[in-house]
Design a protein around this ligand. Sequence first.
Ligand SMILES: NC(=O)C1=CN([C@@H]2O[C@H](COP(=O)(O)OP(=O)(O)OC[C@H]3O[C@@H](n4cnc5c(N)ncnc54)[C@H](OP(=O)(O)O)[C@@H]3O)[C@@H](O)[C@H]2O)C=CC1
Ligand SMILES: O=C(O)CCC(=O)C(=O)O
Length: 489
Amino acid sequence: MTTSTEKTVQTVLNYIDGQWVEASTGQTAESLNPANVDDVVGRYQLSSSEDLDQAVEAAWKAQKEWRKLPGSARGDILFKAADIMEKRIDEIARTMTREMGKTFPEAKGETARGVAILRYYAGEGMRPVGDVIPSTDSSAIMFTTRTPLGVVGVITPWNFPVAIPMWKAAPALIYGNAVVMKPASEAAVTCAKVIDCLHEAGIPAGVINMVTGSGSVVGQGLAEHPKVSGITFTGSNGVGKKLGQLALERGIKYQLEMGGKNPVIVAEDADLDLAVDATISGGLKSTGQKCTATSRVIVHEDVYEEFREKLLAKVAEITVGDGLNEGSWMGPSVSENQLNTVLSYVQKGKEEGAKLLYGGNRCEKGANAKGFFVEPAVFDEVTPDMAIAREEIFGPVLALMKVSSFEEALDVANDSDYGLSASVFTTNISKALSFINEMDAGLVRINAESAGVELQAPFGGMKQSSSHSREQGRAAIEFFTSIKTVFVK
Ligand SMILES: NC(=O)C1=CN([C@@H]2O[C@H](COP(=O)(O)OP(=O)(O)OC[C@H]3O[C@@H](n4cnc5c(N)ncnc54)[C@H](OP(=O)(O)O)[C@@H]3O)[C@@H](O)[C@H]2O)C=CC1
Ligand SMILES: O=C(O)CCC(=O)C(=O)O
C-alpha cells in the first residue's frame, strides 16, 4: 500500500482495480500529527479526475460479477477482513491517534468497532431479504427482492477514520455494490490501512477502490460521475447539501449525515454525578469532534449550581496531551483550522455575553505547544440566541443554560436547526417518556451520554442533521439497495 519511504514517512497510494498506484498528477501532500506538527504521519496522493475515472470504471466492471456472488461468499471476504483488522488493531489505532489526534484507547475502541461492523455485515449475506406479499391472483406468487445500486461513492470525514468508512462500505459491499472511497485528507493514511485489510482478505479487484485528494476534485467528481449510482457522505452541512443537490440533479440516491448541536437535559431529579460524567464524556471525548457530541447543557434551576460546581471540578481534572501518552484524557483538535474554529467560537461566546467559567485557551506550554491543543471550555449564562448555542463548533466547548421547568428544557432543546442526538438525565419515568416523544432527534438517550452509536441500530438525524435516511444496522439495506417487486404466474 506504500511506495519506498523517505525516512520513516509512508507514502500512501491510491487503491484502484486491486492495485496500489500513484496518482497521475505525481503530486502528494503531507498528513501531519496534530499533536506534534514536526511528525509527518505520511503522504497521500493528490489525485485528479483521471484517477477517479479509472477507479469508477474498475468498480463498474467489477460490480457485474460481484453482485452475482452469493451473499455468503461476499460475507466470507468481510469476515476475513475483520480477522485481519483485528490482528492489526494496534497498528491501525496508533496511526489513527497520530493522524487525527484521538487518544489511543479511543482509537483502539473505534478500530474494534470497525471489526465488529465488518462481522455484522458479513452475517447480512446469510439473512433473509424481501417479503412474500399475497397477490389478488391466487395462481400467482408475488414477492420483493433487493437489487444493488451499482457503484457507490463513499465520502468520509476524519473524525471516525475507521468506523465511518466501514459502516458505509461494509453494507454497500455485502448488498452487491462496488465502492469508490474518498477519505478525508486528514485521515487518508489510516483509511488506507483499512482498505489494505480488505485487499489482504482477497476482495476481487475493482470491488473496492480508494482515491485520495481534494474534496472538490475527487469528492465532487464522484457525485458527478455518470457511472456512480449512489453517494453516501458524512461531514459538514455545506458540503453535504452541495452533494445532495448534485445527486438530485443526476437522479441518483444520496445519503447525508451532517452536523449536530446536541443537548443534554439535566432535570431536578437527576442523578447529578451520572449526569456530570456523561456530559463530560459526551461533550469532551475525542476533543468534542463527534457529530453526536454534547454541546448544550440545559439544567433545571433547582440543581443548576450544584451541577455546575461538580462539572467544573471534574473538567479541571482533564489532562490534555498527545493521545499516545498514557496520561492524556483529551487529545488535540484535528488541524490548525479546526483549532482556530474552536478559538473563534470561544471569543464569540465572550463577545455575546456568555461567561467563560473555565478553559478555552490554546495550550502553549511544554510539548503541547507543538500541537493544536485547546483547553476544554465551559460557558455559563448561555442563551438560546447565542452562536455557541446554535452553531456546530466541533470542539470541546460546553454551553450551560438554566431553565425553570422540564417543559422549558424541552423547548430549548428543540430550538435548534439540528436534530441528531439528545439525552436526558432524570429518575422520573413521565419526564423520560415526554422526552422520548417530544424531542426532535434521531437518537434519544435516557440517563446516557449523547454520543455512542451502536452498529446494529439505525443511526441518523432529523432536521438539518441528515438527509433523513438512516445508516447502520439493518436500516442500511434501505439505502444500498432498491426494492424490486416480482410477480410470477
Ligand atoms: N457530521 C460529522 O460527523 C462531521 C462534521 N464535520 C463538520 O464539518 C466541519 C468542517 O470539517 P471538514 O473536514 O472540512 O468537513 P467536510 O465536509 O469539508 O469534509 C468531509 C469530507 O468531504 C470531502 N469534501 C470536501 N469538500 C468537498 C466537496 N466540495 N465535494 C465533495 N466532497 C468534499 C472532504 O475531503 P477533504 O478532507 O479532502 O477536504 C472529506 O472527505 C467541522 O468543523 C464540523 O463542524 C466534520 C467532520 C465530520
Ligand atoms: O457517536 C458516535 O459513535 C458516532 C459519531 C458520528 O457518527 C460522527 O461524529 O460522525
